[in-house]
Design a protein around this ligand. Structure first.
Ligand SMILES: [Zn+2]
Ligand SMILES: [Zn+2]
Length: 106
């Protein structure tokens, strides 16, 4: 009777969890994104509707929520700005502006 052995070998939940962990570690260290330190050094701006210089609708393309007067945003070198928590996550994966694809320089 080898039923027990088979059951122990096939444990997809545990396997996939560990693989996910390993994967996230690889992504964290080998991604094309910016380091947390670099992201933290980006300038922050206060959103003012009448001061908009993007020319497009003032919408965070990461979460698709419109900015509100007085929101604290993170500005990129291309002058586009985003919610800090949104652009932080984005830049850790890919260091380009999600709107114009300009590479973000610190
Ligand atoms: Zn957002
Ligand atoms: Zn941009």
């Amino acid at each position: 009777m080898h039923l027990q052995d088979t059951w122990e070998e096939v444990d997809p939940d545990e396997l996939s969890y560990e693989e996910l962990l390993a994967l996230s570690e690889v992504v964290g260290t080998e991604s094309k994104g910016l380091s947390a330190d670099s992201v933290a050094s980006l300038p922050s701006v206060t959103y003012k509707a009448e001061n908009s210089h993007t020319g497009s609708s003032d919408l965070c393309v990461v979460c698709l929520v419109e900015y509100e007067e007085g929101d604290s945003l993170t500005a990129l070198s291309c002058k586009h700005s985003y919610h800090p928590e949104c652009i932080n996550n984005w830049l850790k994966i890919n260091k380009v502006c999600p709107v114009c694809s300009a590479e973000v320089s610190i």
